[in-house]
Design a protein around this ligand. Structure first.
Ligand code: BES
Ligand code: MN
Ligand code: MN
Length: 456
């Protein structure tokens, strides 16, 4: 719409400046040293909601970091869109690999570089700016509620309770989330599923103290060696996960679904080149797109033990540990998978060591419908702003709260994400294309317009 284009082109620089202000706040939810920054960031989000035209915006304290809630209700007879996003970010380290400071946003080659540029401050802020666009041009088509949390990157432990306690306040017709990716700007797409997650920590203990590896080495099991053997045994020669029962409840995709999924534009050569790998790896019998979108996986996220300082120390350590996460697909349950893992990991521990297994957090997988009014409105919005109909894809990432929107609030979600898989989220040099930021701000108001029209 012309009024939107005009408003956007007149306010471009300010829309960038305001995002940069938010990106300068190091809102790292995992690190307690950033607790004051979390509060500061929540306040900044609240102020921006009010500036965008919200009648009400508030900071809701939780047992952890606060949730920011705002709303602009124009007419109770119109549909209501509940926007979800997160203002917390992943830790920025390793710092030395950043080309510019993680909390000193810069634009280079038309890309915004900063921690949170894409995941999720940049994407969340598009909704705040889109709301401003609509309120300032008198074109808001749906009631809008915004719920922006500060604990997504650490498992959203307090958000479930918030949903339970605020069912009335959060009443809506659809949840709209921009926290996922598209294939590319030439091939716009909408993710129609997220994987679940089960996150474990294991500790293997051998002798009751660190030992001299010359005096005892060869006669006492080294917990690091044993842990490595145990981890290696978690995949078989076909890269299937060897935990008994792990795949029992996995819902396989139909031949048609697989075919559709593999028709998405994807260049394996480019994929490998961009990652600097000679070959891709994965479960036998599945393509790369199937492996990331539709199959469960198991990855070690960190492993430690023994001496890792400068130079050499000949030690046979007493303990070794690892963080191991599993991505889940429809049919699998997070708690159930944690139990299967625990039972199996304990059972494969040889008598030379003892093991302790702890479940850290998890979330359930989701599939979002493509035959709903909301999906159709989103597809039409993308088609309007990109000039091309979006391709439905399955994302590999997880947003655990999405399953709870359905089970607690009875709401379906549309994953209207504008990131790219190579935006380096959770990595050094996270970026978000300036183009994508504005494309998102342009697309979102169309979603509201079409959702209102098509809901009639
Ligand atoms: N925005 C991501 C999830 C995502 C990324 C979905 C790309 C689809 C495409 C989210 O912030 C995230 O990182 N989630 C975590 C899970 C959480 C419990 C720490 C994840 O997927 O590892
Ligand atoms: Mn995110
Ligand atoms: Mn993330």
């Amino acid at each position: 719409m012309q009024v939107w284009n005009d408003y956007l082109s007149q306010n471009k620089q300010r829309f960038l400046d305001e995002l940069f202000e938010l990106l300068r706040i190091p809102s790292v939810s995992a690190d307690s040293k950033h607790k004051p920054d979390m509060q500061r960031c929540a306040e900044a989000v609240k102020e921006n909601m009010l500036k965008a035209g919200c009648d009400k915006a508030e900071i809701c304290p939780t047992g952890g970091h606060p949730i920011v809630y705002g709303e602009k209700i124009i007419d109770p007879s119109l549909p209501t869109v509940l926007v979800y996003g997160h203002y917390d970010v992943q830790p920025p380290d390793p710092l030395e690999l950043w080309h510019s400071g993680p909390f000193e946003p810069v634009i280079k080659d038309e890309k915004i570089y900063a921690r949170g540029a894409c995941d999720d401050k940049g994407q969340m802020f598009m909704h705040v700016k889109a709301l401003e666009l609509m309120t300032k041009t008198n074109t808001q088509a749906c009631n809008v509620k915004l719920m922006i949390e500060g604990e997504e990157e650490v498992g959203s432990a307090n958000l479930g309770k918030f949903l339970e306690e605020n069912k009335e306040k959060l009443k809506a017709d659809i949840v709209l989330v921009s926290d996922t990716s598209m294939i590319s700007m030439e091939h716009p797409s909408i993710e129609t599923g997220l994987r679940g997650l089960t996150y474990m920590e294991v500790e293997v203990t051998g002798p009751n103290r660190d030992l001299h590896s010359g005096v005892y080495g060869g006669a006492v099991a080294n917990p690091i060696n044993i842990l490595c053997q145990m981890i290696a045994s978690l995949h078989d020669e076909n890269n299937h996960i060897s935990i008994p029962g792990f795949y029992d409840k996995v819902q396989d995709m139909s031949a048609d679904e697989r075919k559709a999924l593999n028709e998405a534009p994807f260049d394996l050569g480019e994929y490998k080149q961009e990652l600097g790998i000679k070959e891709v790896w994965g479960e036998k019998g599945y393509t790369t797109l199937e492996r990331t979108g539709t199959r469960p996986t198991l990855d070690v996220n960190g492993i430690w033990g023994g001496y890792t300082g400068e130079g050499a120390k000949t030690v046979l350590p007493s303990k070794a540990s690892a963080k191991i996460s599993m991505r889940l697909v429809p049919g699998q349950g997070s708690d159930e998978t944690a139990e299967l893992f625990t039972k199996h990991f304990e059972s494969i521990a040889p008598d030379y060591v003892s093991v302790k297994v702890t479940a850290l957090h998890g979330g359930e997988p989701v599939v979002t419908p493509t035959d709903s009014v909301a999906y159709k409105a989103a597809a039409k919005a993308v088609e309007t702003s990109f000039g091309k109909a979006p391709i439905p894809t399955r994302g590999g990432g997880s947003i655990p709260i999405v399953a709870l929107f359905e089970s607690v609030l009875g709401l379906k979600t549309v994953l209207l994400g504008f990131g790219l898989d190579n935006d380096n989220i959770h990595s050094p040099n996270e970026k978000y294309d300036v183009f994508n930021y504005f494309k998102g701000i342009e697309t979102i108001p169309y979603f509201h317009k079409y959702f209102a029209e098509m809901s009639k």
